[in-house]
Design a protein around this ligand. Structure first.
Ligand SMILES: Cc1cc2nc3c(=O)[nH]c(=O)nc-3n(C[C@H](O)[C@H](O)[C@H](O)COP(=O)(O)OP(=O)(O)OC[C@H]3O[C@@H](n4cnc5c(N)ncnc54)[C@H](O)[C@@H]3O)c2cc1C
Length: 366
């Protein structure tokens, strides 16, 4: 920063993997980024305006309409439309990327061993090669530490271009050992590069990227990656990943991409998914959209949820609808209360979704 010039302020964290996302959607899903010591986005929200089912707008903050604040953040759009948001911003600072290959134990000890007032962001992309002993056990940890020097021009830096992502996607479907090798070598080549704390969170998303592999593999039906997010206490991450690798090693639902983030507790929203300072594990599994393929994916996702629950963990509610009612209840103890609030505040069901209707019916059944 030049002396005498005000620091530019910016968002604390945003989603990774895509940029064409709204703030209304971010609050409704109570999203996370890759902060090393951050709760979900609720921690960045000062206030917002909610237009409720009767068409009236309400300013919501921790002191005004605090009940709606707790419900609408992480409320999946069911309590009204978030029309504007006042965010708590941070000064934009230069950060330097550090790239290391870590084990799971090394990953979970990062917040204890490093000063997270200077180590701001990080994520861990684990090995997806089911034939390797490293499968789900070791990963590339890319972390971002405050530095003094601003970054050089973005165009002059090592970065993955659209064609590199396409090639990586192809390899992840056909040769996961090579995909992992290319991916980790690329990341290691970026060790030491400097970025801005906001723009390093932007990412390329390839629309319809699965069409090309489907075509090249002469798939009999459309395929996609299906995402799931599981949460476990950090001290049992290794056990979770070991059991997950036993489940997924067969390759019936190949892991195309996976990452682990560290998330701090959300003590504010009613349907908080970050009930603890979890390790947050994201799996993108390849899924064939045929009856057999979908049944296979459903069974894998239910089993992953089962493993997380058996270790005191949880799962993210809206990525798919495979969880059983008992799994939803065990992972989200406030779920019935959430449904009751929805019914009381929007009896005509003005705001609805397939996801909501599925869960309303799931919980109505005896
Ligand atoms: C490629 C990709 C990467 C992603 N990465 C991450 C990640 O790193 N971290 C993470 O937490 N999530 C991630 N997500 C999930 C995504 O962040 C959330 O679904 C987010 O809510 C998407 O915002 P959107 O604007 O697209 O909303 P939509 O997907 O359109 O809607 C999501 C929910 O928000 C509600 N909603 C949308 N707008 C409003 C509004 N104005 N008022 C009230 N409710 C509203 C909808 O009803 C719906 O329930 C990712 C998704 C994709 C596709």
């Amino acid at each position: 920063m030049h002396p005498g010039r005000a620091a530019r302020t910016t968002w604390n964290s945003k989603q990774t993997g895509a940029d064409r996302l709204t703030l209304g959607g971010a609050l409704a899903a109570n999203i996370h980024g890759r902060g090393l010591r951050l709760p979900p986005i609720v921690g960045d929200v000062e206030a917002f305006t909610l237009i409720g089912p009767n068409g009236l707008s309400h300013l919501c903050s921790r002191t005004e309409n605090a009940d709606l604040f707790r419900l609408a953040i992480g409320g999946y759009g069911l309590f009204g439309i978030i029309a504007d948001v006042t965010l708590r911003l941070m000064p934009r600072v230069p950060v330097q990327r550090s790239v290391e290959i870590l084990t799971l134990e090394e990953l979970v000890s990062v917040p204890e061993l490093r000063d997270t007032t200077v180590w701001l962001f990080g994520d861990f992309q684990f090995s997806i090669d089911e034939n390797s002993p490293d499968f789900l056990q070791r990963g590339v940890f890319s972390a971002y530490c405050r530095c003094d020097e601003p970054p050089i021009e973005f165009a002059a830096q090592h970065q993955l271009r659209k064609s590199d992502w396409e090639e990586l996607m192809w390899l992840a479907h056909t040769d996961r050992a090579k995909a992992w090798d290319v991916y980790s070598r690329f990341y290691r080549s970026t060790h030491g590069q400097r970025y801005w704390s906001d723009t390093h969170q932007l990412s390329v998303y390839l629309d319809q990227y699965h069409t090309a592999p489907d075509h090249r593999l002469v798939s009999q039906c459309p395929c996609s990656e299906m995402i799931s997010e599981l949460y476990v206490p950090r001290d049992v991450l290794r056990e979770f990943m070991s059991r997950a690798s036993d489940l997924l090693r067969s390759g019936e639902t190949p892991v195309i991409y996976g990452t682990i983030r560290l998330i701090e507790r959300d003590t504010e929203t009613l349907l908080a998914w970050a009930r603890e300072p979890w390790a947050c594990i994201i799996f993108n599994l390849h899924c064939e959209h045929s009856p057999v393929g979908l049944a296979c994916a459903a069974s894998a996702f239910r089993a992953l949820i089962g493993i997380a629950l058996s270790l005191g963990g949880s799962f993210y509610l809206t990525y798919h609808r495979w969880a059983s009612r008992s799994q939803v209840e065990a992972a989200h103890p406030n779920f019935r209360k959430f449904l009751a609030e929805k019914k009381a505040r929007d009896p005509a069901g003005i705001f609805s979704s397939d996801w909501y209707l599925h869960h309303r019916d799931l919980f109505a059944e005896q």
